[in-house]
Design a protein. Structure first.
Lengths: 200, 230, 200
């Protein structure tokens, strides 16, 4: 494949362009999170970042011209995301019933987010041996990343984690955000019973 | 004569099996009990009191043909039987799940709601922060002479700061390093950090802004020596 | 609200129609599962099933006319679903954050769906000992249910399974539908390479 822009005079080339647009749309739809140019290039089978950027921008444009509840946006760092327009979120939120994680792994994730960067051994100490399984799951889902080896393994949340919960991916900024929100929740929950669940 | 026109007894079933020679090839040999048929044939002939050699010959010939067929089949059975055919179970092709995006019901609130409980478990073992992973000493570039002269540089910069602003006033970092090249700006920044650590100046940065603000808070005494005339 | 069709002479009514279409699209996007007319009516704020049916069919039509990787389908029982067109699945399935099943468990699932209700022992006999793991996975994902104990354990697919594939939950009707689907899959796969994935 060359890095040339598709020429509009060739009908075959135009068909290929439409197919590549569909591939990008498919990737953004399924991922449900921001994707960078490298990933988008990978999906579309193109090796030219320039071309992929152009295609992605075409998609953004295409969606903005439709009468649609869905939008495709360009984010900082040349990342693109498909999402529901904010106007509609409130009206259909109740239809989302499937949690991202069950209670156990969610607790482990919550702890890592709050204490990161944190030693894996520390997470296991606080969350128990069964949380090895959680870490594997969280890593598979690209919510956390592990660095280092053996007992020196350090855990952090990922860009995807930040994107998913709408947090800043800078660790210090994120922790400030988490602490502020956490305090608000604690305040409102002082009179409620502590959660009884302790299983995974 | 009536008797002469009557078919001979052996043309009646079941004896007819032995005498319809053209059908012999088609019959299943295992369905035929040769001994029974031949006995019946002999008994009937005896009853009639007339020995028919021709019919006897045909019966014998047919019997031997049938017997030969049985033998052949038996020999055939001695060959190794074909492997039993596996019960053909149709296993349908895999059905790939249609891919659908689904908004997760997990929100930041859910994440933080469980945090409280998790942190309670932590009280037993307070968190240990990972030690920063520093490069091994040999990778650290040789210390710049500039950093070795840190004390002198601190004094010079502090004097410079005091000239630019009075105590409590704000000075932006960009203004301080205006006109300097990058490496000099970095060196200035490092000295600022040392001054801040001594409590001589305050450094302050707004969350969203890149600009760094400097305030001079220390008295104009540096290592018990005045850096400027009163 | 009345059960009247929106009159085309009123521009205000047309705007409202577009908004309702967006609401339905938003609901289908967020739910990721087939929604029935009642739910769709609920989202769109309309009380007329007839009108909602018409709106939903308009959406189906609209998506089929677009050059898009996404489709909206009408399923049996007047239910509607938004999903990725099957042509694009292979290229983007790795981007999905949902746990996906590989070919092995999917074969086991196909087999159960086609032969249900079926003894677990029978499934293991045909699919091999490794399929115990598949059964666990399929049960975790609520695609199959097990009834009974020990050697008399009977397997069936769930309502969720029927919904996911847009199949009738009546076993006999489902099996008829499956026969057609399997024939189609085999037809399209004859010229393609056999799937490369064979792990669990």
């Amino acid at each position: 494949m060359t890095t040339n822009e598709p020429s509009q005079s060739e009908p075959e080339s135009n068909e290929k362009l439409l197919h590549q647009l569909c591939l990008l749309e498919a990737g953004l739809y399924v991922a449900g999170r921001p994707l960078d140019l490298k990933t988008l290039a990978n999906i579309s089978g193109s090796r030219s970042k320039k071309k992929v950027r152009k295609l992605a921008k075409m998609l953004v444009e295409d969606y903005s011209n439709r009468n649609s509840a869905i939008e495709i946006l360009e984010l900082e760092g040349e990342r693109f995301v498909m999402q529901l327009k904010a106007d509609f979120t409130g009206k259909v939120r109740k239809l989302s019933t499937r949690p991202l994680l069950s209670a156990g792994p969610l607790k482990t994730l919550s702890y890592i987010a709050f204490r990161q960067p944190i030693l894996q051994t520390q997470v296991i100490e606080v969350r128990g041996n069964h949380s090895y399984k959680h870490l594997k799951q969280l890593e598979d889902m690209e919510l956390i990343a592990r660095e280092g080896e053996g007992r020196r393994k350090v855990l952090k949340t990922t860009q995807f984690f930040a994107d998913f919960f709408g947090l800043n991916n800078d660790i210090r900024a994120m922790k400030r955000q988490l602490k502020t929100i956490f305090k608000d929740i604690e305040k409102t929950e002082t009179q409620e019973n502590p959660s009884e669940e302790n299983q995974n | 004569m009536v008797q002469k026109t009557k078919k001979p007894f052996y043309f009646q079933p079941p004896l007819s099996i032995l005498f319809e020679i053209h059908r012999l090839e088609k019959i299943m040999p295992w369905d035929v009990n040769i001994a029974y048929l031949l006995t019946m044939f002999l008994e009937e002939m005896e009853l009639q009191g007339k020995v028919d050699f021709r019919a006897s010959g045909v019966a014998l010939d047919s019997s031997s043909t049938i017997y030969l067929k049985k033998t052949k089949l038996l020999l055939k059975l001695e060959e190794p039987p074909p492997p039993p055919k596996a019960v053909s179970q149709f296993v349908p092709p895999p059905m790939f799940l249609p891919l659908r995006y689904e908004l997760s019901s997990t929100t930041l609130d859910n994440l933080l709601n469980v945090l409280d409980e998790v942190l309670r478990a932590e009280t037993i073992r307070p968190p240990r922060m990972p030690e920063p992973i520093l490069p091994t000493p040999e990778i650290i570039p040789p210390l710049d002479l500039y950093l070795l002269q840190i004390e002198d540089n601190m004094k010079t910069l502090f004097a410079q700061l005091r000239q630019l602003v009075g105590t409590g006033e704000l000075l932006t970092f960009s203004k301080l390093v205006a006109g300097l090249d990058k490496i000099e700006a970095v060196k200035t920044f490092i000295i600022l950090l040392f001054l801040a650590q001594r409590g001589k100046i305050g450094l302050w940065q707004e969350e969203e802004m890149e600009e760094l603000y400097i305030t001079v808070i220390g008295d104009p005494v540096f290592d018990d020596k005045r850096t400027e005339p009163i």
